[in-house]
Design a protein around this ligand. Sequence first.
Ligand code: FUC
Length: 777
Amino acid sequence: MHLQSLHNLRFLLLLLFLLILYPAVAQEKQQAPDDLKLWFSHPATNWNEALPVGNGRLGAMVFGGVATERLQLNEESVWTGKPADFVNPEARANLPKVRALLFAGKYAEARDLAQEKMMGDKKIHSTYQTLGDLQLDFGPITKDITGYRRELDLETAVAKVTYRAGDVSFTREIFSSAPDQALVVRLTASKPGALAFGINLSRPGNKAKLELAGDEIIMSEHVGDGTGVRMVARVKVLQEGGTKDAAGESIRIEDADAVTLLLTAATDYKGNDQLAMAATQLAAAAKKDYEALKKDHIADYQQYFKRVDLHLGTTDAAYFPTDARLVAMQNGNIDPQLVQLYYQFGRYLLISSSRPGGLPANLQGIWADGLTPPWSADYHININIQMNYWPAEVTNLSEMHMPFLTFLDALRPDARKTARDMYGIKGTVAHFTTDPWLFTETYGEPRWAMWPMGMAWSAQHLWEHYLFTEDKAYLKELAYPVMKEAAEFCANWLVENPETKQLVSGPSISPENTFKTEDGEVATMVMGPTMDHMIIRDLLGNTIAASKELNKDAAFRRRLEKILTRLAPTRIGSDGRIMEWTEEFEENEPGHRHISHLFALHPGRQITKQQHPELMEAARKTIDYRLSQGGGHTGWSRAWIINFFARLQDGEAAHDNLLALLRKSTLPNLFDTHPPFQIDGNFGATAGITEMLMQSHAGEIQLLPALPAGWQQGHIHGIVARGGFEVDLNWEAGKLKQVKVLSKLGNPCQVRYGDQVVTLQTEKGKSYVLDGNLKQL
Ligand code: FUC
């Protein structure tokens, strides 16, 4: 059947359901609809319907089958490969040649030379992989199954499966505990002795070793055929009542009243003895009873999750399963509560995939099936990992930013080496992607790889964390040293354009876009792509500010200041758009997913309404044109566009693109899809929704800068502004009703709503309440 007619049919069915069944459902459910639950009336039929749980490191996708429960498992450091050096030894000698060719407009020759002499040879493939599966076999099912429900409660971070088989009700609860570093599964039934099932661990590839040890199953493997980490997963079966039979590689339970399964996992990524670690964690978790494990998990999770409360209105759609709501939305229904759920799901995902002390969230957070996930589920640093962390500060999850920030510090030794060996200059450089083996060299094709701005862009996050927290010790010890070395690379990297005498970056690309040369060839590399200069301007400006904060490196600061005066400026082309390259090339793919030359609008702070209205106008034309040519077709690209429109203070356009993200780039389990699943769009949209409601990048807190007409009434409490302010906003009839600003650091605070501006002199720890006219109450 044609896709559209299938959609229409589903919509009709949903409408029928709404009209005929809704009164009955609504009567049965007197209480408010499930605001903060993703729920389904059927088990997951595929991975994109399964529900993610995670403690930052250890995760599972819950399928919720009745005959078979599949928990697809992940541990963040299950990686093949190992550290490697692969700078092309000829790069350094050829750098001036490639530059000269590009300045002379010989793009094809420059590309060929860069391909041969500058790309490294990454011999050892590395990829993130699944930890394996925990499978529970309940079959054969002979009774009728009724009342099936599978849910993920974002308020408690507990997934749950409930159903009746004949006259017995069965319940499964699943969560991944950070305090106890264990995945916990609890099975209960309404009748004593009703639980009977088999428990297995497995891993694709059939290379894992399985052992039984009393009431435990242990699965271990040296992944990637011995090229990667040594991993282990260990499950313990704790039953109440009934019998247990351990045979072969699995355990079978009969006639039990209740069963708790505890699973721990570890690798030797950090040099640990993974076997000892998983065993110790398991023994410790097993000392606590289920209720204590659950209570501690919820308390730990809620200290983060509960900081922000969003309300965008109530709709009857919230009485329906999440996948049905998504289909209804795809067919034109407006469901602000689904946006609310999506927003909090983004925060949930960050808490569940990025915890201090661990690795950063990868392209799929921590959730990836199989042995060959797309793009190796690595850390692309030309937009993707940065987008993962856009919501961290503003949605009050500053701690969750740390894995990315400490990762940048860990990249430094290799980044220093690459700058030296590849380009012969001091400072740190990273290219388009990296992974937990911390490589910074470049490989593959110049059209995505010849881009030395990965470290420079990432370093923005170090400064942003400081702007929100003003943690001086952090600035001094972690952030500034990394920023300084990245800035040093940029300062040494820039060269003079012989014609304009301005400083430009190159050889480089405008991430992964292409243009047509005069003789119709498709080219990518240039001297001076706009984005590089925007990133460098941002980094140098931030480094100058940081050095002033720390009262350090005055001479270096002056050097950076001087460079900034000579750096090629952002230019507007003859068609009124921001120029992506130094020349007005014809775009080869005008609807390209990267809109790199708007970095200065977002996530940068160089294009603001107050300072550069003409660039705001040009930025708008740039996005409008991209969209008119089919832009925004990947989830993350659409999410970036939401942020752009929020910064342009166009609430309707931001909202339209948010709806488009939900309609075109969202899977049934609310995961963002590129396609396939890629988590950046979830995080980018969560940041974007916050930017629609509050912004603080331009030296003031701006309230409701991009409120769409569709969100007439609502509130958002607990979001964070630069300078250390926690903001609670309420609005009614599309207008600000009240705002409460909690000053965490005692800074002065300029608040803007439309054209009204007030400045508050604040005291640390005190709250200030203003009405809709910004009058203090
Ligand atoms: C960037 C994007 C791709 C994809 C990949 C993981 O290179 O251009 O669309 O998201 O990262």
